[in-house]
Design a protein around this ligand. Structure first.
Ligand code: OGA
Ligand code: NI
Length: 336
């Protein structure tokens, strides 16, 4: 728990969550699965350690991310997000909780997905396609670093996917097929928070939301900010901070896994509050193949527990959720 301000640590009202920690190098698979399952039933948030991504490389990814956000806005607007949701998202572009937010989120971002070349038969599908890249003369090594990180994070996601399958009483390789994680949408997003928040005025670093996909692997720079709300119906809602642990991912389940599991596994509401300090984070959103039909898993239904959600294609669901939360691209025309 580094980088916490004195005020935060002295604030008696600040609730801190304690989450289960899954060690991917632990030989005791049964124990890992039990601990993971408990976390998924309770709040869908847990730490993952010993995932095999080395800390120096992680620091390099954060350094490169900072370099990008430090560029003049004009330079960043050259790689404004395209229709495939890749590229730069300016401050206030996204609004995750319109009921409680007056403007959008006080953060800027950069979406990076798997590079799908023009001659690929899937090129025309939403979310597949090319990434815009900053000019390599301006940011040398940037693209290589991000592409390597994407590959590594995807490998870790597949490892976690095997434990999740076991926790759902499925075959360990259940999510490893082509329709699932074989050709996934999987999008990483560099984020830079300005540090601004004032909930009483409807100003949030990142509004309350649940993630859309299967799971999210979150790496942060250690600056406090992420909060979770285990019971969204409680009045008033109780928010708990999730502290960063150096070298660990904070992993949370998304809405697709909640749907797959018939509500058995939780996709929990979360948000980010700024504390005046700038903050950098990198969520890696794991969504399955574009064509994947997200429908109740065979182990999560019975005669007395019928499917609660209709089956929906991954890309249809994601398109809908992105539309609800992102500004129309046309608003940027005058600024480019
Ligand atoms: C998100 C998110 C948390 C963070 O981008 O979906 O919840 O700490 N981010 O940046
Ligand atoms: Ni989120």
């Amino acid at each position: 728990m580094e980088n916490h301000t004195k005020e935060e640590l002295q604030d008696p009202t600040m609730q801190v969550s304690s989450l289960n920690c899954i060690d991917l190098a632990n030989d005791d698979l049964h124990r890992s699965v039990v601990s993971l399952k408990q976390a998924c039933l309770d709040c869908g948030f847990f730490y993952v350690i010993n995932h095999g991504i080395n800390e120096e490389f992680m620091d390099d990814v954060f350094d490169q991310s900072k370099k990008f956000f430090a560029l003049p806005l004009e330079e960043k607007m050259k790689v404004l997000r395209n229709g495939k949701h890749r590229g730069y998202t300016p401050v206030l572009d996204e609004i995750l909780d319109p009921e409680n937010q007056v403007n959008g989120d006080h953060k800027e971002g950069y979406y990076i997905g798997i590079e799908v070349p023009k001659d690929d038969p899937d090129y025309d599908k939403p979310f597949y396609g090319p990434n815009p890249w900053p000019d390599s003369d301006v940011l040398p090594r940037w693209r290589e670093t991000m592409e390597k990180y994407h590959q590594e994070a995807l490998r870790v996601s597949k490892d976690i996917g095997r434990l999740l399958a076991l926790a759902l009483d499925l075959d360990a390789n259940y999510f490893d097929t082509w329709e699932m994680l074989g050709k996934p949408i999987a999008t990483m997003r560099l984020l830079h928070y300005e540090g601004v928040s004032d909930p009483s005025k409807g100003i949030y670093a990142c509004g309350a939301h649940t993630d859309y996909g299967m799971m999210t692997l979150l790496a942060t720079d250690g600056v406090m900010g992420l909060q979770i709300c285990k019971d969204k119906n409680a009045k008033p809602q109780k928010w708990e901070y999730v502290p960063a642990i150096k070298g660990a991912y904070i992993v949370n389940l998304g809405d697709m896994l909640e749907r797959w599991s018939n509500g058995f596994f939780k996709s929990t509401l979360h948000r980010v509050l700024g504390n005046g300090q700038e903050r950098y984070s990198i969520p890696f959103f794991v969504e399955p193949n574009h064509e994947c039909l997200v429908e109740c898993l065979p182990t999560c239904k019975s005669e007395s527990n019928v499917p609660k959600y209709p089956a929906i294609k991954c890309s249809t669901y994601l398109t809908q959720r992105y539309k609800e939360t992102h500004a129309e691209l046309s608003i940027y025309n005058q600024e480019i």
